[in-house]
Design a protein around this ligand. Structure first.
Ligand code: PHE
Length: 315
């Protein structure tokens, strides 16, 4: 009987043998009915045999069911070698990716983001920034004049003015925007991005400024240690003014940003008392920082919207 069970390969045959054994007219059923005529030892032996047989049936049933299942799965196996249609997934533009990273860092330092108009009036782009119309520093920026007194914004410093006019002091903000100048080569495009930080409060010093710049650059470029060179410079809206160079991986010094202590006239123009408050501002080219971070050779490509270039640059 035991060998018979083990040799069965279908559930139907197994069921048939089960019925023939344990069914109403089954062989085991008949023997169990006669059990009262047996002595104790024989009863115990029969009970044992009955139990073992039932277990054997159960085990064989499970084995056959598993075998049937496996055979079914084998038949259903997917052919994954077929080429699927290529999927085109978009990615974030490098300007967007860098903006997200820059914003995260500045916001973690307590700066709040602001924007402003790209067509700017003379007051916000120049005059309030301590650059009245006779000022020679207007020539520093190759401005696109719109003929109605407005200009294409040449610097995000205009956003500082708009923010200070609104919030007064203290204020800790950064402006994000597109800026325009008549210039064009591998590191200059007529349309480019600037990001600019401003912090006005009591007792703010140059070392607060340099500390924030250092911490920002370290995090943005993911460098363990950075070397900065602080050079005296000139901007009408800061005094003293500096330019910051960063020692790059190849050992060369790169000019990274302009900065300085906000000129008292600028604070006054925004209704802030310079005897009570002072602060700093720093501004940098957003495209240029992204270009360095992602190691891309030509800044003009950033605004070209050429998918092939973006793909080849790894975006
Ligand atoms: N606005 C300056 C420029 O465009 C950069 C700057 C910003 C300098 C803030 C000092 C402080 O060149």
């Amino acid at each position: 009987m035991q060998d018979q069970i083990k040799n069965i390969n279908t559930l139907e045959e197994l069921q048939a043998l089960y019925t023939a054994t344990f069914g109403k007219n089954g062989t085991m059923t008949a023997r169990l009915k006669e059990m009262k005529n047996l002595d104790n030892d024989a009863r115990a032996a029969l009970n044992m045999e009955n139990q073992n047989l039932r277990e054997l049936f159960k085990t064989r049933q499970t084995e056959i069911e598993n075998a049937v299942l496996m055979a079914g799965l084998q038949k259903q196996k997917l052919d994954v070698s077929l080429n699927a249609a290529p999927e085109n997934r978009g990615t974030l533009h490098p300007m967007t990716q860098s903006l997200i990273e820059i914003s995260e860092i500045l916001e973690s330092f307590g700066y709040t983001p602001y924007t402003g108009p790209e067509i700017e009036d003379d007051w916000h782009n120049f005059t309030a920034l301590n650059t009245p119309d006779y000022h020679p520093a207007r020539d520093m920026q190759d401005t696109f004049f719109l003929g109605n007194g407005n200009v294409m914004r040449t610097q995000t410093s205009a956003i500082q003015i708009r923010t200070m006019e609104k919030t007064g002091a203290p204020v800790k903000m950064f402006g994000i925007g597109t800026t325009y100048r008549k210039e064009m080569d591998a590191t200059h495009a007529p349309m480019f991005g600037q990001i600019e930080g401003l912090y006005i409060n009591k007792n703010i010093t140059m070392s607060d400024l340099i500390g924030d710049i250092r911490a920002f650059l370290k995090r943005f470029f993911e460098m363990d240690d950075i070397q900065l060179r602080i050079r005296p410079s000139y901007f009408p809206f800061t005094d003293p003014s500096i330019e910051v160079d960063l020692k790059w991986k190849n050992g060369r010094w790169l000019e990274i940003m302009g900065a300085g202590m906000v000129h008292p006239n600028v604070l006054r123009n925004c209704g802030i008392n310079p005897d009570e408050y002072q602060g700093f501002a720093f501004g940098f080219g957003w495209d240029r920082l992204a270009m360095l971070k992602y190691d891309l050779p030509d800044l003009r490509d950033f605004r070209g919207n050429d998918i092939r270039w973006l793909k080849s640059a790894g975006f």
